[in-house]
Design a protein around this ligand. Structure first.
Ligand code: FAQ
Length: 328
């Protein structure tokens, strides 16, 4: 994949190599943005390509569980909102693939890796959406978790990623609100509707906590990514922040968070929560989640179905370029 040349400094004398690395780190420490043409260690480039491409794939695969409800949204109003949200996710994928391309990897390579099962996307999108309340839960919890994780990425040291995240976060805020609004409608509806909302919360709560990644003690990339200011906070810190913000929202909806160990701790001013099932997380990452196969098949088929659109767009672009060259 994108791991060739990780030790690209091997041909430089050690003093020169150390100087380049020190200057690079000093720029990071001074909160300067690193731009595509700047010198960067190969491992920094590789970490960014890994994270940004995974992020892009998550946005694109993330359209599938909600897309499932586009034709069945309960009203024209809800359908229009959901359509706009799903289109936004496609846009997020496009910005992120473009940001990754500035690091020297093509979108085609990234997509090929996803289709070949060599690339990851967020664990959360391997869960099913059997009811309309799942669309509410995704907006409220999944977009809510995405915002907590992604707002700090607006300050990422790599300029193109940081700038892409500014717009993405604005749109994610609208997504979170539309999800919460669906939950509010259901929770102020009939008993059956409230039960549907509770059932969705029961199924999405723990997978949403897993979105933040493994516990800090098992996070292989966090230390280096934080030193490079790609990540600004650890997985556990962001997870805690999400819990602290979300519990009062669940209380406002009148829903019960499915965690018998959950309690407010006066001293730390945080919620304490029960153990997360990391075996389930590992299984989903290993491809054994409830919908891994379905998502992989759907993505590959949709990509194949869209070949004519890509060919037409490429032909149009080529014609346009030839015409404008002819004029100049
Ligand atoms: N799922 O050492 P760490 C969204 C992997 S967008 C799958 O802690 P890192 C919008 C990780 O890749 C959601 N894999 O890794 C939306 C690594 O494996 P590797 C996506 C996971 O990178 C809403 C290994 O575990 N957001 O929701 C997950 O420092 C609604 C060790 O982990 C982003 O991508 C996981 N949850 O921290 C769309 C945000 N967690 O690569 C549609 C940017 C960890 O060595 C509808 N990414 N892994 O094979 C990040 O902030 C970070 O990459 C983390 C992971 C926090 C996800």
């Amino acid at each position: 994949m994108y791991s060739q040349g990780l030790d690209n400094l091997g041909d430089l004398p050690p003093e020169q190599e150390a100087e380049l690395v020190a200057t690079f780190q000093a720029r990071i420490d001074a909160e300067e943005k690193i731009e595509p043409k700047d010198w960067m260690p190969a491992r920094y480039r590789h970490t960014l390509v890994r994270q940004i491409s995974q992020h892009a794939h998550s946005e694109v695969v993330g359209m599938l569980p909600e897309g499932n409800w586009l034709t069945r949204a309960p009203s024209l109003h809800r359908k229009a909102i959901l359509l706009a949200k799903v289109q936004d996710e496609a846009g997020h994928g496009a910005y992120l693939y473009s940001a990754a391309e500035t690091l020297g990897v093509s979108r085609q390579e990234m997509v090929d890796d996803l289709i070949a099962g060599k690339a990851r996307y967020s664990s959360i999108f391997n869960y099913p959406t059997p009811t309309w309340a799942d669309v509410g839960a995704i907006g409220w919890l999944v977009d809510g978790a995405a915002i907590i994780n992604q707002v700090p990425l607006c300050r990422c040291s790599y300029g193109p990623y940081a700038r892409a995240m500014v717009r993405i976060c604005r749109e994610e805020s609208f997504h979170q609100r539309q999800g919460y609004d669906i939950m509010q409608s259901l929770c102020s509806g009939t008993d059956a509707q409230r039960e549907m909302a509770q059932d969705a919360l029961n199924r999405w709560w723990w997978p949403s906590l897993m979105m933040f990644g493994p516990p800090d003690s098992d996070s292989v990339h966090s230390d280096q990514s934080m030193a490079w200011k790609i990540k600004r906070f650890s997985n556990d810190d962001l997870r805690q922040k999400f819990i602290d913000i979300t519990i009062p929202q669940a209380e406002h909806l009148g829903l019960n968070v499915p965690d018998p160990d959950l309690r407010w701790d006066e001293e730390s001013q945080h919620y304490e929560f029960g153990p997360i099932d990391w075996e389930e997380f590992s299984a989903v990452l290993a491809g054994d989640g409830p919908c891994n196969e379905e998502r992989a098949d759907a993505f590959a088929h949709k990509y194949e179905d869209g070949a004519w659109v890509r060919e037409a767009a490429a032909a149009y672009a080529q014609k346009h370029t030839t015409q404008s060259k002819g004029k100049s």
